[in-house]
Design a protein around this ligand. Structure first.
Ligand SMILES: N[C@@H](CCC(=O)N[C@@H](CS)C(=O)NCC(=O)O)C(=O)O
Length: 244
């Protein structure tokens, strides 16, 4: 199991087939590059829960209409559909209480704060770096939708927002407090990883899958990320990475 000392749950075939994760993929269906979907993959690995992957492209969102909204990840577990990465963490804790992700109410609120902070300190800088790469890995049929939806979201042309060098600088500034934090302990949550680790590691996996790594391998953050990635890969095999 993923970092825990105990053995994984014994999952029978029936239980595995009941669980599905709808997640975003590129033209290459094995290239999964959504930070939010990676969070959920890491959370499922933490719980030792297996699932069937349902990779979907931007143009295939009709496949998640049943969830009543338009974003992935969507987890379907035991006939129940849950969307939004943090809501999925909460659902998993409630349904599978062993090896908590969020923990009690106060801890869950703290994770929400980390989510908000990581949105501005990590997601925006990474988006500046990754936008041109995303444009290249998605299905060509999705490019127009990607451009118009993101330009509307950002309020500017993609070319004006994308700035790989500026993004790297902003990223380094954004993660500086985390770098210091991780010099004192192996995980953001202490001696073992929890929701905050996965919320942030999902963001870094987004960059990593798209062939970018704006952190130094030998930094405390780099070592933390590699620990989480290798633990995941030991259980689930190598993560598909785009090369540019
Ligand atoms: N708050 C949501 C955000 C989910 C989200 O933004 N998903 C993106 C993929 S990274 C998506 O589905 N985009 C589809 C689209 O923009 O059409 C979460 O944490 O799960």
């Amino acid at each position: 199991m993923f970092f825990a000392k105990e053995e994984p749950f014994a999952l029978d075939i029936e239980e595995k087939t009941m669980r599905e994760l709808y997640e975003l993929c590129g033209a290459d269906r094995e290239l999964l590059f959504s930070p939010y979907c990676w969070r959920v993959r890491l959370a499922l690995a933490h719980k030792g829960l297996d699932f069937h992957s349902r990779p979907i492209r931007f143009g295939e969102k009709a496949l998640i209409e049943f969830s009543g909204q338009k974003l992935v990840p969507v987890l379907v577990d035991d006939g129940q559909s849950v969307h939004d990465s943090l809501a999925i963490f909460a659902y998993l804790d409630q349904r599978y209480p062993e090896r908590p992700l969020l923990g009690d109410g106060l801890a869950a609120e703290r994770a929400r704060l980390v989510e908000r902070l990581s949105f501005h300190m990590v997601r925006i800088p990474l988006l500046k770096i990754l936008l041109p790469r995303i444009g290249q890995v998605i299905d060509p049929a999705d490019r127009e939708y990607f451009r118009s939806s993101r330009e509307q979201m950002l309020g500017m042309r993609l070319e004006d927002f994308a700035d790989p060098q500026g993004g790297e600088r902003l990223f380094r500034e954004g993660v500086a407090p985390l770098e210091m934090w991780l010099r004192d302990q192996p995980f953001l949550e202490g001696q073992a990883p929890g929701a905050c680790d996965y919320l942030l590691a999902g963001m870094l996996l987004w960059a990593w899958c798209l062939g970018a790594q704006p952190w130094a391998e030998d930094s405390a953050l780099g070592a933390w990320f590699t620990r989480i990635r290798l633990a995941y890969e030991r259980e689930h095999g190598p993560i598909r990475r785009a090369s540019f």
